[in-house]
Structure formats: structure tokens, C-alpha cells
Design a protein around this ligand. Structure first.
Ligand code: SF4
Ligand code: SF4
Length: 134
């Protein structure tokens, strides 16, 4: 049986705060359909034309995070959990500068995650290719 992720057991929402999470065009369309929000209400385009999730002005957290606090360690719940972008589902697995999949040291509960595998790197490389496309 798969072990419970610390995101749940620790009630953590650290990585949803001050997010810069990139999303693809199809993920943006899915989020629009799911929430009824226009794209510019939940993401912006960076200088490389990549869509990135916006943060709420008050909570400084992703606009989809339900939370009362701007504290990074405060609890929060993703309101689009089933439709969240792939970058959110794979985090804390990220690519390093050699395109190897690693666990991001910014996550405060890394002990609760398995070491990434080669297929994680392939999945993230495929995602990178789709970012910034129309
Ligand atoms: S991936 Fe890490 S930082 Fe993000 S919610 Fe889970 S435990 Fe917290
Ligand atoms: S979409 Fe959900 S999981 Fe992803 S950063 Fe926003 S609140 Fe967190």
C-alpha cells in the first residue's frame, strides 16, 4: 500500500505559497472549465511566455489555495486538487541543471518522499517542452 504523503499527514501547504508554478495551455483550459475563472484571473505569462499561477494579494499563496493565513507554515487546502497542474502533482520532484530528477530541498518534509526515478525526469522534461506553447 502506498504510504500517505506528508502534504496530507503534516497538513502542509508550503509549496503553494508564493508559488511560481508553471502550467501548460491545456492545464489552464482545464482550470478555467473547472472554476469558471478567466485565465488572467489565475495565471500570468512570464518573460518567456510561460503561464505561471498567480498568488492572492492577501495570503501570498496560490489563488487556488483555501487558507486564512499568509504564514508559510499555516494549513491550506487546494480547491482544484483533482484538476491541479502536473507540476503540483509531481512536486517536490524537480529537475536539476543536468536534467536529473531530484527532491527539491525547499520542501520541509523530504523524508516522507521516495527518491525520484528516471521516469520522473522524462515526465518533467516532456512537461517542460509543453510550457509556453499556445
Ligand atoms: S510537497 Fe512538500 S512543501 Fe509541498 S505540500 Fe507536500 S510536504 Fe509541503
Ligand atoms: S494549484 Fe493547488 S496544489 Fe498547485 S500551487 Fe495552487 S493550491 Fe497548490
Amino acid at each position: 500500500m502506498a504510504r500517505a504523503l506528508p502534504c496530507i499527514t503534516e497538513g502542509c501547504s508550503f509549496c503553494c505559497r508564493e508559488t511560481t508554478m508553471p502550467i501548460t495551455a491545456s492545464e489552464s483550459a482545464r482550470l478555467s472549465r473547472r472554476t469558471g475563472m478567466k485565465e488572467d484571473e489565475f495565471c500570468f505569462r512570464d518573460e518567456e511566455n510561460v503561464r505561471r499561477l498567480l498568488n492572492n494579494d492577501t495570503t501570498k499563496a496560490c489563488v487556488f489555495l483555501a487558507t486564512d493565513s499568509a504564514e508559510k507554515t499555516a494549513p491550506g487546502i487546494c480547491t482544484v486538487y483533482e484538476a491541479r497542474p502536473m507540476g503540483c502533482t509531481t512536486y517536490p520532484i524537480v529537475l536539476n541543471d543536468k536534467d536529473k530528477a531530484i527532491l527539491d530541498e525547499l520542501c520541509p518534509h523530504l523524508d516522507g518522499f521516495d527518491e525520484p526515478e528516471e521516469e520522473d525526469a522524462i515526465r518533467l522534461l516532456n512537461l517542460e517542452e509543453r510550457l509556453g506553447q499556445e
